[in-house]
Structure formats: C-alpha cells, structure tokens
Design a protein around this ligand. Structure first.
Ligand SMILES: [Zn+2]
Length: 448
C-alpha cells in the first residue's frame, strides 16, 4: 500500500512537473499579424527600399523563423481573403467567399481568437480596413458569405472580444438596429475618435474603437495619423493586465487594395506601416521575453507583383518609389481639380510622382517620348468633362512602377505562397513548409 502511495505521489509529481514545464513553453501573450495581399515580393520590395534609403530592413524579415506557407482554398488554387482568413483563423480550409464555416457551409469553425477567449485570455482585433471585412471577420464571424456585412457585425458583438480597433463597421445600419448602438447595449464602450480611446484606462471593459465609417486612410496619405501601430499600442495597454494574457490579431488590410490597383509606392508604405505595428509587439516582447510570441503572415499574394521589369533588365530602381507622394486614389482627386488643363495635369504628375516632361535626357525620371504619348493618349480618352481622368492615373502609375523596375501581372490575387515569420516563445513550431491552416493549428496548440 505504502509502495502504491509512493508510486502515485511520484507519478503526480512527474505529471505536475511535466505540465509545469509544458506551460513554460506556452506564450502568455500572442500577437498575430496578417498582411492582406502580402507575399514575398511585397515584403522584399519594402525591405530593399528601406535598405537603400535608411540602411535598415523590415523587422518582420529579421525574425528567426521564416517558413513558406501555401494558401489554396477548397475550390481554387487562388484563394480569396475570406477562405484564407478562415484557414489562418480556424485551421480548416473552406471555399472562397466563406467566413468561419466549412466548405459545406453548414458547420461553424472555431477560431484561434475564440479558443483564446474561452481559455480566459483577453482578445483584440485590429485592422486598417473595415472591422467586419473578411480577414478580421474570420476571427469572430460565421457566415456563408463575406458579403453579409451586417450579420458579421452582429457576430462581432456576439464574440464578446475585448478590443476592436481601426476601420469602421461597414453596413452598420441605422436607428435601433445600428451595430454601434447594439454594441453599446451589449456593454461595449463605442468610440470613433482616437483621442477618446487614448483616455481609456485598463479595467475599462470591452472597447469598440473604430472610425464611424470606412477604412483608415492610406499610410502614404496620412503619415501623421492614428495608425494600426497606435491602436495596437493602446490595445496592449488595456489588455495586458489579465493573468491569462492576451491574443491580438492585427491586419494590414490595405496592402491588398493597392496591389489590386497595381500601385507599388502605396503598397510598400502599407507594408512599412504594418511593420511599425510589429515593432510595437517587439517592444512589448522585449519587456516580456519569456512570455510572448509574435507571428506574422500574409493571406495570399495580390497583383502578381514582381521585382524586375523587361525594360530595366538586371537593374532595379526601387529607391525611385520615394518620389511618389500620394496614393493613386488621392492622385485621381488631384487630377480632377485640374482636368480641363493638360498643362495642369502635367504639373501634377511631376509634383506627385516626380516624372518629368522637360528634364535633362540623362535624368532617370525624365519621360520618354513614347511615355509622354501614352499619358497624352490616356488624357484624350478620359471622356466628356474628363470624368474618366483615372485613366491618366493608371497610366502614370504603371510607367512610374516600371521605371522603378517593378512589374505586375494581375489585378486579382495569385497562388504564390506567402511567408510566415515567428519570434519568441513557441516560434520554433514554425518550421519546414507549412499550409495556412497550420498557423491556426500551431497557435491553438500553444493556447490549449
Ligand atoms: Zn484582395
């Protein structure tokens, strides 16, 4: 009998010891970053630009674990953000367009964020696009269609997550059924002004701190604005006191938008903007080195961006992206103001993209006669009252990107794998070649 007791005590001690050791390998604080539309070309474009201008690459590229990650959905080699978001969030593949459900659209999947919530962790979701857009919604929503923004907004409230920040709720409704009103009734502090968010103190309860409407402005157009890095810094301050720690997902959502539009300069600044948010996590990790995991991934490549161009051969001129001073959306607005006067259009092109019509022949930003004709032709085809002046924008951006030695092959997503980077406690799980579903599986194994 005594022998049995001893053996039992020994077994219990062993079990406790093992579980204690196991627990020590699990991070208390988990940061997940998703660059929407960010694959290796997007990362390396920003890396090379930063190296040339500042002698310093991206933080995300310095992480010790970097693994190739496949992205296909159940019905296409080329995924959309709903299917890839679901795969990254829930660890199971689904059809394009589906949020947090399996491909039969009958079964709800469980996201890493929901697992973290149920394990007692605080949960934060931050994005530069609308907060019920496909990628963030995949962490709390369950809907056969990403297009059902209002229902996804209701799922957001139901999630009971602790912090939402960034772009507004799209299709938030009006009157009594407005998502913001319903969130307030459900106990959320609903804020639309970042200055009000900054006043909140830990212990304030659940927070929905988003713009009233729409995505955040592009980083290139809003360098001094309240960015995802700022939302993340505040989320960390509000959530870190929980004894079980937190899980925070931060999305750089507009990388994808400007890749769809084939605008390299704006894309690159969105990547750098997300890298700044990653630095916030790294600063926190430096204070909590034995308790923090940071994982950065992309959901798919967008645009078929490539870091070389037929006319520039073996040369690369990525540093020329510095001459672009606004996004192509903003630029079309500027062109509209001067659309009736072609001289004004030319000056705007020089002012905002550095492309010259009358420079020296050896000036790299001097337009060739063929390029000038291309721009003039786009202007002449911009229609009555130049309503389609965006034709000029697209031509200018294409010429500008090609002069930087960059090419695009698509206005849609591509099947190029993405890169997943990991650093901190549990990062060594990210090795070999993985699938996007593995990101969730590994993170869940580090929470449960
Ligand atoms: Zn997209």
């Amino acid at each position: 009998m005594k022998k049995f007791h001893l053996a039992f005590a020994w077994a219990v001690a062993l079990l406790l010891g093992v579980s204690a050791a196991f627990a020590a390998d699990k991070p208390k604080y988990i940061f997940l970053f998703i660059g929407d539309g960010m694959s290796i070309p997007q990362r390396m474009m920003a890396e090379e630009f930063n190296m040339r201008l500042n002698g310093e690459g991206l933080s995300i590229n310095s992480f010790p674990y970097q693994v190739m990650t496949t992205t296909r959905s159940t019905n296409s080699f080329i995924t959309d953000s709903a299917a890839s978001g679901t795969a990254i969030a829930c660890g199971e593949k689904t059809e394009n367009g589906t949020i947090g459900m399996d491909s039969s659209k009958t079964r709800n999947l469980v996201s890493t964020a929901e697992v973290a919530r149920d394990a007692g962790k605080k949960v934060g979701i931050i994005t530069s696009v609308t907060i019920n857009h496909a990628t963030p919604a995949a962490f709390y929503g369950h809907n056969p269609s990403r297009g059902n923004g209002y229902e996804l907004g209701l799922d957001l409230i139901k999630s009971n997550f602790d912090f939402f920040g960034g772009g507004g709720v799209s299709e938030h409704g009006d009157g009594d059924a407005d998502i913001y009103d319903l969130a307030a009734q459900a106990g959320y502090t609903v804020l639309h002004d970042p200055q009000d968010l900054l006043k909140l103190k830990p212990g304030c309860g659940k927070v929905l701190a988003v713009q009233k409407d729409g995505a955040l402005p592009y980083a290139i157009d809003d360098p001094d604005g309240f960015r995802i890095a700022d939302y993340l810094r505040k989320a960390v301050e509000l959530l870190e006191d929980d004894p079980d720690g937190f899980f925070i997902m931060t999305e750089g959502g507009k990388i994808d938008w400007m890749c769809h539009a084939n605008d390299a300069g704006t894309t690159m600044r969105e990547v750098i903007d997300m890298d700044k948010a990653v630095k916030v996590a790294e600063e926190f990790a430096a204070q909590h080195p034995d308790e923090t995991l940071i994982v950065v991934t992309g959901d798919h490549e967008t645009g078929g961006l490539t870091l070389g161009f037929a006319d520039t051969g073996y040369n690369s001129y990525i540093e020329r992206l510095q001459y672009q001073k606004c996004s192509q959306d903003e630029f079309s607005g500027k062109l509209r103001e001067v659309a009736n006067d072609y001289e004004g259009v030319k000056s705007a092109i020089t002012e905002w993209f550095g492309l010259k019509f009358d420079g020296e022949d050896d000036d790299p930003m001097q337009l060739t006669d063929a390029e000038k004709n291309e721009i003039r032709d786009a202007y002449d085809r911009s229609g009555e009252d130049h309503k389609e002046i965006s034709r000029v924008t697209h031509t200018v951006v294409k010429i500008f990107d090609n002069k930087a030695g960059l090419g695009w092959t698509s206005g849609a997503h591509t099947a190029l794998p993405v890169n997943t980077s990991a650093k901190g406690v549990g990062a060594d799980l990210f090795k070999g070649m993985i699938d996007n579903t593995d990101v969730s599986k590994k993170l869940k194994s580090l929470i449960l």
